[in-house]
Design a protein around this ligand. Structure first.
Ligand code: FAD
Length: 383
């Protein structure tokens, strides 16, 4: 299949593919079993320059965009959706600074992120999930500082990241318009980690509570230098990172299809490879159709964002929904094609099925994505 990649994009794809095959594949089952964070893999990605692949060169990156980010995420997740998420979540943490930060903030933080310091993004709280603007974490101005109090939950890369983009309310009476975004560094006094979640899938990725107790954050770390822009930075970030969640799901689905194909060619029943049975062929064909459809929509969403298209919310959501629903379906079918062996930990497809589920939930559940798409359609603003 020809996806009309540039030569640079092909190089990036090949680099990420080789890294995933050589470094990630041998350790993925063990990382899934132990749930240990893949620090070594992250260092390996940084050494290859993959962390800053989508940052401008001025800030230490390779000068790519959302498309390059999606290419890397897809390749990593094709082998391991969990370690691939550790990479992708850094983008979620970096984008509020990249798109909303002042020049000084970008110069201060982006080169560190490009060099491999991990990032995270935190908006979710106990009562701010789908209703994401219902943030209760409070940031009160005190001279040259803001004082934060509150608890974030379910934060990917929480406890391992060094740099956090955190949404807090500077003006509770203004709801979403009273939210502001802050850059908060690991080790800031008053910032600690609470519960680390025990999860169904993506097990080597850390999902943590962030606890702020009279945490003093320099006012210079208010993203963009303006209060009240936190929700806008969040939505603009999601427009760029939802194709990335789609790419995670796509990678997982493509990896499951690879495994199912390989198994179907070699598993003999009734004196024939099971790939010779039409019932299995229909499943494989449907899996491939869904994977290709997802890939094309993700690339379209990524290219639209990189081209500066005005409103990419709907297409970003469509890419995320199609790819994540596909990942759930394709991984379930891959387990079916492997039969009883598919259910066993000896084969990677049961892990892929567990890893796939989260892509329908985070960065806005697929119900919420459908609401976004419908709203853009009805307003006539969908790109
Ligand atoms: C492993 C993991 C990692 C995460 N990583 C991060 C992170 O890095 N940073 C971060 O900020 N957050 C993160 N999250 C939070 C995630 O984005 C939220 O869990 C998600 O948005 C859903 O919120 P909720 O869990 O509170 O579910 P709820 O909002 O309580 O939803 C429960 C159900 O109700 C449905 N629902 C709710 N409202 C509506 C509606 N209006 N119409 C139709 N259906 C509706 C939902 O679709 C869902 O099926 C993570 C979550 C998990 C599980």
């Amino acid at each position: 299949m020809e996806y009309f990649f540039t030569d640079t994009q092909k190089e990036i794809r090949d680099l990420a593919r080789r890294f995933a095959q050589e470094k990630m594949k041998p350790v993925r089952a063990e990382l899934d079993r132990t749930g240990e964070f893949p620090f070594e893999l992250m260092k390996g990605m940084a050494d290859l320059g993959l962390m800053g692949v989508y940052f401008p060169e001025d800030y230490g990156g390779l000068g790519g965009g959302i498309m390059e980010m999606c290419i890397v995420v897809e390749e990593l997740c094709r082998i391991d959706g969990a370690a691939g998420l550790c990479y992708a979540a850094c983008g979620l943490g970096a984008f509020p600074i990249l798109i909303g930060g002042t020049e000084e903030q970008k110069r201060r933080f982006m080169p560190r992120l490009a060099a491999g310091e991990l990032a995270a993004f935190a908006i979710t709280e106990a009562n701010a999930g789908s209703d994401s603007s219902n943030v209760k974490t409070r940031a009160r101005r005190d001279g040259d500082y803001y004082v934060l109090n509150g608890t974030k939950q379910f934060i990917t890369n929480g406890s391992v990241a060094k740099i956090y983009s955190v949404i807090a309310s500077t003006n509770p009476s203004r709801g979403a318009r009273g939210l502001s975004a802050f850059i908060i560094e690991d080790g800031t006094p008053g910032f600690t980690y609470g519960k680390i979640e025990d999860k169904m899938g993506i097990r080597c990725s850390k999902t943590a509570e962030l606890v702020f107790q009279d945490c003093r954050v320099p006012a210079a770390n208010l993203i963009g230098g303006k209060e009240g822009h936190g929700f806008i930075h969040t939505m603009r970030t999601f427009d760029r990172t939802r194709p990335g969640v789609g790419a995670q799901a796509l990678g997982i689905a493509a990896g499951a299809l690879d495994e199912a194909l390989e198994y179907a060619r070699t598993r003999i029943q009734f004196d024939a490879p099971i790939a010779s049975f039409q019932a299995v062929q229909m499943m494989l064909a449907d899996m491939a159709i869904q994977v290709e459809a997802s890939r094309n929509l993700i690339y379209q969403a990524a290219r639209a964002a990189d081209a500066g298209a005005r409103n990419t919310s709907a297409i970003a959501s469509m890419a995320k929904v199609l790819a994540s629903d596909t990942a759930m379906k394709v991984t379930t079918d891959a387990v079916q094609i492997l039969g009883g062996y598919g259910y066993m930990r000896d084969y990677p497809v049961e892990k892929m099925m567990r890893d796939a589920k989260i892509t329908q939930i985070y960065e806005g559940t697929n119900q919420i994505q459908r609401l976004v798409i419908a709203s853009e359609l009805i307003k006539g603003t969908a790109w």
